[in-house]
Design a protein around this ligand. Structure first.
Ligand SMILES: N[C@@H](CCC(=O)N[C@@H](CS)C(=O)NCC(=O)O)C(=O)O
Length: 217
């Protein structure tokens, strides 16, 4: 049995979306970020720093999974593992595609994720960051170059690996989602705009998103 730890309003969304794509049954344990534990829908929800969850993930971060005793952390690594375990079109068909999917996961995490989150907090504000539109615009400008790289990669087939929707698209789209408070970035990268719309129109994304919306903000 697969258990996914982490509320929908977290990077666990990546794993919850993928489980839906794969049609894999799972138990969901809604562990919530410690800094917003007052938003828990139910007092039984664990927080990321609770002793019980820290025994699962000593980093005190969500998501984690327990897949029949295989305990993994790191949302993108979890998705690469689940895709390979269950196979099918989302998974790599050979070692070359495996390398390409790992490359895109690391690319999105290192070239896009930190910048996109920082820029989003500056544009929209967060519990710890005050809104600052000038700083937000400067932060979004740092994403122009990686978005141009992504746009070029999508130009031929509209997907990142193997000419079909795979876990590489899912992982990368979930990270690029953090930049969607900046429509100007997507206007400048039409292939990225079309690709993320296609990713987010998938039934499994919509099902995940509906559950995320139903969670307390
Ligand atoms: N690189 C990790 C990042 C995990 C992470 O920072 N998760 C956030 C939620 S999206 C978290 O647990 N924050 C709560 C906390 O630090 O207490 C991954 O992709 O899984």
């Amino acid at each position: 049995m697969l258990t996914i730890y982490g509320v929908y309003r977290s990077r666990a969304s990546r794993n919850l979306w993928l489980a839906g794509e794969l049609g894999v049954g799972f138990k969901h344990v809604p562990v919530i970020q410690d800094y917003r534990k007052s938003a828990a829908a139910d007092p039984s929800w664990l927080s990321t720093r609770s002793a019980e969850f820290m025994r699962i993930n000593p980093n005190g971060h969500i998501p984690s999974i327990d897949d029949d005793g295989v305990i993994l952390h790191e949302s993108l690594a979890i998705n690469l593992y689940l895709a390979k375990k269950h196979g099918g079109p989302l998974a790599p068909k050979d070692v070359r595609e495996d390398g390409e999917m790992a490359m895109w996961a690391l690319w999105a995490a290192t070239e896009v994720e930190g910048r996109a989150l920082n820029a989003m907090y500056l544009r929209l504000g967060s519990p710890t960051v005050a809104k600052d539109e000038k700083a937000a615009a400067a932060a979004y400008a740092q994403l122009k170059a990686p978005f141009a790289v992504l746009d070029a990669a999508l130009a031929r087939t509209g997907f990142l690996v193997g000419g079909r929707f795979t876990v590489a698209d899912l992982n990368t789209a979930e990270i690029c989602r953090y930049a969607q408070a900046a429509p100007e970035l997507f206007e400048a990268a039409p292939n990225v705009k079309k690709w993320i719309a296609a990713c987010q129109s998938r039934p499994a994304f919509k099902a995940m998103w509906a559950k995320r919306d139903a969670e307390p903000a």
